[in-house]
Design a protein around this ligand. Structure first.
Ligand code: SF4
Length: 99
């Protein structure tokens, strides 16, 4: 399956993100329950540059808006605080966070 789609003559995007509502073809699972990127180590640079809110100590309004679009509350700093615990996906109990 092709992972990208032509958006403009000079721009390709992850297939599915050009549609409304967007749903990346590489995303597996049910949003709000458990999801993961199936190509995480090879994900696009635009994905690597998108920090979830508070992961790096700052709110990301685009993250909050994306979550709100799926009926999810914004992440909080507390979602990232638990230094003794293994990394987990915030708001998705039991789902290991991809490296
Ligand atoms: S992180 Fe993965 S699933 Fe999410 S948009 Fe990027 S490629 Fe798709």
């Amino acid at each position: 399956m092709r992972l990208t789609a032509q958006l403009t003559p000079h721009l390709r995007v992850m297939r599915g993100t050009e549609r409304r509502p967007p749903r990346c073809v590489a995303l597996l699972g049910d949003i709000g329950h458990a999801v993961r990127c199936t190509i995480h180590p090879q994900r696009a640079s635009v994905c690597r540059g998108f920090a979830p809110s508070w992961e790096d100590g700052e709110r990301n309004p685009r993250c909050d808006a994306a979550r709100a679009g799926h009926g999810l509350s914004p992440l909080t700093p507390e979602d990232w605080r638990d230094p003794g615990a293994p990394l987990r996906s915030p708001g998705v109990p039991g789902v290991p966070r991809a490296a």
